[in-house]
Write a protein that binds this ligand. Structure first.
Ligand SMILES: [Zn+2]
Length: 154
């Protein structure tokens, strides 16, 4: 498998561990967006695009994020700690939308993305740097808002 393009959006001055976003193109054929570049305790790693897991309120069947304490629709108090847990007993709050199926693929993707990230970082320190454009992506709102990078992948 060849990754034919990597685009990196750097995030600076983040209050959390999120250092950027990336999109990758596989074989000039498929684009995967919204990979996160996160600074963990053991260095940088990538998190795959993911969605928040939800469940339904027992009273009204309204959909709520697993971390919600009250139902968005009827206001009923919801049980805490509900939903699936990982092998370490922590709540699983996110599910990957796309992910590598074995370690070799993960390592390869991670190396490609992190190498592009470091190049972009270097480029960003040069004069006249223009950030890569991400057509329709509204990453600017991420830079203003306090984002929560989740580390459920590691
Ligand atoms: Zn409800």
């Amino acid at each position: 498998m060849n990754i034919t393009e990597v685009r990196v959006k750097l995030l600076e001055n983040q209050p959390d561990k999120l250092r950027g976003f990336a999109s990758i193109t596989i074989e000039n054929f498929l684009v995967i967006r919204d990979l996160k570049i996160i600074e963990g305790a053991n260095g940088l790693f990538i998190a795959m695009p993911s969605r928040k897991l939800c469940d339904r309120c027992p009273a009204c069947a309204g959909k709520n994020h697993l971390r919600a304490r009250f139902c968005n629709d009827c206001g009923r108090r919801l049980q805490s700690g509900r939903g699936p847990h990982d092998e370490r007993g922590r709540m699983r709050l996110y599910a990957d939308i796309a992910h590598p199926i074995h370690q070799r693929a993960r390592d390869f993707m991670e190396a490609e993305v992190l190498s592009s990230f470091r190049n972009e970082l270097k480029r960003s320190q040069e004069e006249g740097y223009v950030a890569v454009s991400f057509d329709d992506m509204d990453y600017e709102s991420y830079e203003r808002a306090t984002t929560s990078a989740h580390n459920s992948q590691r």
